[in-house]
Design a protein around this ligand. Sequence first.
Ligand SMILES: Nc1ncnc2c1ncn2[C@@H]1O[C@H](COP(=O)(O)OP(=O)(O)OP(=O)(O)O)[C@@H](O)[C@H]1O
Length: 287
Amino acid sequence: MDYALEINHLTKRYKDFCVKDISLKIPKGTIMGLIGENGAGKSTIINTILNIAKKDEGDIKIFNKDVYQYESVVKEDIAVIFDECHFNPNMKPDKIGIMMSKIYKNWNQETYLKYLNQFHLSKDKKIKEFSKGMKMKLSFAVAFSHNPKLLILDEATSGLDPVVREEILDILKDYIVNDENAVLISSHITSDLDKVADYISFVHEGELLFTKTYEDIQDNYGILRCGKQMFEILNKEDVIAYKKEEFEYRVLIHNRQDFMKVHTDAIVEKADVEDLMLFYIRGERVL
Ligand SMILES: Nc1ncnc2c1ncn2[C@@H]1O[C@H](COP(=O)(O)OP(=O)(O)OP(=O)(O)O)[C@@H](O)[C@H]1O
């Protein structure tokens, strides 16, 4: 399989925190959602990919090239959008277009103007007069206009209203129709990931808990609702974590279809990305 991004055994140590032994692969033509609680290490992973933070161990390849060895070549192929817009607040979008055309060999002014228009962004208004959502939309317009093959979004949609977020998600889906392209998106808006992610990687306290296909999550995870009696006779191997609520137990299981064949009367709903986060982080474990 061809990968857009390959991370092998990445370790980054800060004084009080460490991202440990992370390995991830994003196949071309796919979107990977990166999830984890605040402070889990998502931005640290992204920053080491971009060499904003120096890795301590491991290797990172983008389109088969080591990102540290071929940094300038690799950066032509990637676009990164953070949760804040870093353009000079006194600049206007038309000047930004001129500046970007000098930075990126593949800059496409026509595409840029198309996105400014689609996002209703005035070319001659200063960035400091833009709302947060408008600034984020400008970042997306810039990112899509130098024809990158890998898009990295770090909480980039968090300030956008649901309508614009959906517009961006649709653009991401169109973007990976070209199966040379790929996306890594870190987001706390897990419902966005439910809509677009092909893979989910879950980071918790600096470690990778798992990478799974979204299909696997949809097909196999489930939330069982049951009373105490049933909970007590459950096979412990079926249970990942549970929550005891006032009148029932809610139990995260990872073999929904097999479980339902055995427990034909059981009420088991599909689990989404938010359920996984909440149960893995806050649920109780069966000892
Ligand atoms: N430059 C730095 N120096 C020291 N510690 C840092 C540095 N950058 C990040 N950290 C620490 O690394 C840990 C992980 O932070 P990081 O920003 O990667 O988490 P995150 O998963 O992106 O969180 P959030 O969802 O809140 O953005 C935190 O404890 C943070 O304090």
